[in-house]
Design a protein around this ligand. Structure first.
Ligand SMILES: C[S@@+](CC[C@H](N)C(=O)[O-])C[C@H]1O[C@@H](n2cnc3c(N)ncnc32)[C@H](O)[C@@H]1O
Length: 576
């Protein structure tokens, strides 16, 4: 590698490349060839200049393939195929009388010979890929691989004068039939025999993904964002998040590289970095074969499967869903910057809405939705926590390290989203100051004493411990409905909104057989014992089973139980 690097630098300089004497290229473990600063550099200095004579551009590929190319090429098919030819074809490649194979030999020789040496997951073995199980990365890897296979086949079979070998035809047919679902490693691990083979094309795709520059840099009129070109020497710089660099195309002649970093980062001994863009880890992994711990641009996906009506209903309700949301799945993007997207919270609020809450978001919906969302996020974290990485002699330590970092970052994002649901719950409770049942029990001493006498309940926590909280809430809702019968009680402790909701429900909601069955046991566990023991509370007003059933609906409509401490809150129905 050192010889090839030396050759590359020598060749580039002979062809007019300028490399500032204060930088040199070295192999750094874990990062490959890296640019190292040998003497302090000033911000804004031009450090590298690469002349257009050694670019590998789409125009060159177009000129080479010319009219032999019969199919469409929306991405970088032509140049990738030319690159594959330059690397894997012994015969010279001549374009407009220039022997490109000879001209670019030092660059092509420097590029890794084997697909797996590029380090991208496409060439990993099955044990290694399996360690990505359950993550976004494995889904994208599969999706991208399918696309590359089609891209290759369409390109090569559309090339006049090229006949695909039988084994490649077989590979394509078998791939499309799904025979490679269990892995492509054995197939890809063989020496590359032909530049038109799939392994050669995949190799070129990976070289492009990890080294190419956007074509728009040298042609500002270019509209295709994916169009790229190869820029030797400049592609030796490694990536660092957020570093301030510039690439400029000057006088239509050469691309220059400038770093505008603070002086302390440009000192002797530091690495000179490029900036590949604000990429999440799955893009870095699939495009470059490395990931960044605590990557501030990392994202993950929470995929939810619901029916079509729910997707459409949520949209109509006003929840901001991702554009491609459908019954096939809603993919909510969770990013480090937006750890709990509004659309996700709204969607869960929509899902838990009651019929009585149609057309508006209520505090209850938001709180209940947040609880449900948290439960799903907790399941995600649990899956990540329970995942055991099976590292064997087949797995490269470097790959295992990258996957561990990737998985940790994914888990952290889900954990951060959970923390955010806790914060949101607290904020909502603080903002809307709902009536706490704990407070109610404190204020309504007559009611509390009735619980003490009948169930031996000493305080609110006792209600929880003795599993009597739900019954106590129902009892108090009925007591609230009977408030006018308690002449000597301070009526302030019985809020109107609970009373009014009770009256509405009683008037509007029919009682079903199922309701009767649901409440029968709970009712008979309390009555007539309560009537007999504490008549001043339970023999005043209407304590019929029907009122108990109504109280059940009122409870659904107005209460929220905080999962962390089982505190029950009454929430007035208000649009938020
Ligand atoms: C454009 S090349 C940079 C030169 C490369 N190091 C080489 O040896 O040729 C991109 C590749 O460099 C490596 N790389 C770049 N930035 C890195 C980083 N921050 N950490 C680890 N590897 C990095 C990855 O292997 C990536 O695919």
């Amino acid at each position: 590698m050192a010889d090839k690097l030396e050759e590359l630098i020598k060749w580039s300089k002979e062809n007019g490349t300028y490399i500032d004497d204060r930088i040199s290229f070295q192999n750094i473990s874990g990062r490959g060839i890296s640019a190292v600063i040998n003497a302090d550099i000033n911000s804004g200095d031009n450090l590298i200049k690469v002349p257009k004579g050694i670019f590998l551009t789409p125009d060159l590929a177009l000129r080479y393939f010319g009219s032999h190319w019969k199919t469409t090429h929306d991405r970088n098919e032509q140049l990738q195929l030319l690159l594959a030819r330059l690397k894997f074809e012994k015969e010279d490649t001549i374009v407009d009388g220039v022997n490109i194979s000879k001209k670019m030999a030092a660059y092509i020789d420097f590029l890794p010979d084997q697909g797996k040496d590029i380090g991208l997951p496409y060439f990993w073995n099955e044990e290694e890929k399996d360690m990505l199980r359950g993550t976004d990365a494995i889904i994208f890897l599969q999706r991208f691989m399918d696309a590359i296979v089609d891209e290759w086949y369409n390109s090569v079979t559309g090339l006049e004068g090229v006949t695909l070998s039988q084994d490649m035809e077989k590979f394509y047919k078998d791939y499309k039939k799904g025979y490679y679902k269990n892995g492509t490693f054995v197939f890809l691990d063989q020496p590359i025999k032909s530049w038109t083979s799939f392994p050669a094309y995949l190799w070129a795709h990976c070289i492009f993904a990890s080294r190419a520059f956007p074509y728009v840099l040298i042609d500002p009129h270019e509209k295709k964002v994916h169009k790229a070109f190869l820029l030797p020497i400049m592609d030796l710089l490694n990536h660092e998040i957020g570093c301030n660099v510039r690439w400029d195309y000057n006088d239509d002649e050469y691309v220059s590289f400038t770093a505008r970093e603070s002086a302390d980062r440009m000192k002797n001994g530091h690495e000179l970095f490029n900036n590949y863009g604000n990429k999440p880890n799955y893009q870095l992994l699939l495009g470059y074969g490395f990931v960044i711990p605590n990557n501030t641009f990392d994202i993950t996906t929470l995929t939810l499967k619901v029916d079509k009506e729910t997707v459409e209903g949520a949209r109509m309700f006003g929840a901001k869903l991702p554009e491609d949301a459908s019954e096939l799945g809603i993919n909510f993007e969770i990013s480090r910057q937006d750890i709990l997207p509004e659309g996700l919270v709204d969607f869960f609020a929509y899902v838990v809405r009651l019929k009585s809450e149609d057309g508006m978001y209520t505090t209850r919906m938001k709180l209940e939705g947040v609880i449900n969302l948290r439960a799903i996020l907790e399941t995600k974290v649990k899956v990540f926590k329970n995942f055991k990485m099976q590292v064997s002699s087949w797995t490269s330590p470097c790959v295992a390290r990258a996957i561990k970092t990737y998985r940790t970052s994914q888990k952290t994002m889900f954990q951060n989203a959970i923390d955010e649901t806790n914060r949101l719950e607290k904020t909502l409770l603080k903002q809307y100051k709902p009536l706490s049942f704990k407070e109610v029990v404190k204020q309504d001493t007559v009611f509390f004493n009735s619980l003490l006498l009948t169930f031996g309940v000493m305080n609110y926590d006792d209600l929880i411990k003795k599993k009597l909280l739900d019954q106590a809430v129902l009892l108090w809702i009925v007591r609230n409905a009977n408030k006018k019968h308690y002449k000597d009680m301070d009526q302030q402790i019985f809020p109107d909104f609970i009373y009014d909701t009770f009256s509405d429900v009683k008037k509007m909601v029919p009682i079903t057989k199922e309701d009767v069955i649901e409440f029968r046991n709970i009712y008979s566990s309390l009555f007539p014992a309560l009537t007999e023991r504490i008549p001043e509370v339970y023999n005043v007003g209407d304590w019929s089973p029907r009122n108990f059933i109504v109280a059940g609906t009122v409870c659904d409509r107005l209460t929220f139980k905080r999962p962390s401490n089982s505190e029950v809150f009454f929430l007035e129905k208000k649009s938020i």
